[in-house]
Design a protein around this ligand. Sequence first.
Ligand code: SF4
Length: 107
Amino acid sequence: MDETALKKLKDWPDRMCQGTDLELWFGPSDDVPRELRETKSEEVFRIRTAKAVCAGCPIKVECLESELTQGIYNQHGVRGGKTANERQQLIRDRRDQVVAERIGEVA
Ligand code: SF4
């Protein structure tokens, strides 16, 4: 996705995460005291909630694609209905698919 398309995506007025608390998408800041950090069950609930918001977002597909162009090491939080780990796996799967197709072309 080119820079213009990315800017358009960020300015998209219909995105469901517009105006929501960033903590929903990225979790509590690393600066918070240990006793205020989220528990595993709180994290699971937060991620499920974020994904539910994404599920109703009209630009979910475009959002996910734009995140995947950011590279494997630039994935943070829930975006496009997927966690950072899930997007990293998607990037690896696509990369593996490209390699497999190239090997197939040579063979
Ligand atoms: S898919 Fe989710 S993270 Fe992406 S713009 Fe929509 S609500 Fe925001």
